[in-house]
Ligand binder design. Structure first.
Ligand SMILES: N[C@@H](CCC(=O)N[C@@H](CS)C(=O)NCC(=O)O)C(=O)O
Length: 215
């Protein structure tokens, strides 16, 4: 049995943060499929037995279950030392970007992509425009930051990069962003992350059937 089990599904960029970390860190892990689109995370048994917050990812190891990608990344970096921020200041800096990512960068991009590509009914255009506007503002912050830094915290990759990377590798047809054209610094950073040994595309790394974007 693998040391780490990651409850995840291939459309989940929040899960990808942990899956990509586990792969790039070379840790012994296996995915456990969460049938999200059939409502698995809304089932009372799943909430009671796996995650009361009703969210993927969930990391299972040594009899404990950890949730929230930022907590999972922090735990894994503490345990393995891989991609751990180098000192106290770097630790706080990584936490700062992980919080910004969870609140704004990933959060708005993930919700925008979900409405755009996967919501069965046509979404309210005002809601879509609001989410896109909020993400564009967050992306501008990251774009500016990456003008002066190879990775999110200095010149070496840390857990903060895995957090911000959650959704950026999904196809342009899903989220609509061609980074090379719209955000050159984010694009250059994605290429640096893509070059890490162990990097894989989210659809290669996590289980589940691909869904053709609905719009
Ligand atoms: N902040 C959480 C977000 C997790 C999250 O929203 N996961 C999505 C899948 S990508 C989910 O399970 N959503 C279910 C819901 O919002 O009901 C994390 O970083 O782990």
């Amino acid at each position: 049995m693998a040391q780490y089990k990651l409850h995840c599904f291939c459309q989940s960029g929040n899960s990808y943060k942990a899956a990509l970390y586990l792969n790039c860190a070379g840790l012994d892990w296996e995915p456990v499929f969460v049938d999200f689109f059939k409502g698995a995370t809304r089932e009372p048994e799943w909430r009671q037995g796996v995650n009361e917050m009703g969210e993927a990812p969930v990391l299972e190891t040594q009899g404990k279950k950890l949730t929230q990608s930022g907590v999972i990344l922090t735990y894994l970096a503490q345990k393995s030392g891989k991609f751990a921020p180098a000192n106290e200041d770097a630790k706080l800096e990584a936490l700062r970007w992980i919080l910004f990512d969870n609140h704004k960068f990933t959060s708005y991009l993930a919700t925008y992509r979900f409405l755009k590509a996967f919501l069965p009914q046509a979404p309210d255009p005002n809601v879509v425009a609001f989410l896109k506007g909020r993400f564009d503002a967050a992306a501008a912050v990251v774009e500016k930051h990456l003008a002066g830094s190879k990775f999110m915290v200095g010149d070496t990759p840390t857990i903060a990069d895995f957090s911000v990377a959650g959704y950026v590798f999904y196809p342009v047809e899903e989220h609509g962003y061609d980074w090379a054209k719209s955000h050159p610094n984010i694009h250059a950073w994605t290429e640096r992350v893509r070059a890490l040994p162990g990097w894989k595309d989210p659809y290669e790394l996590m289980p589940g059937a691909r869904i053709k974007p609905l719009r």
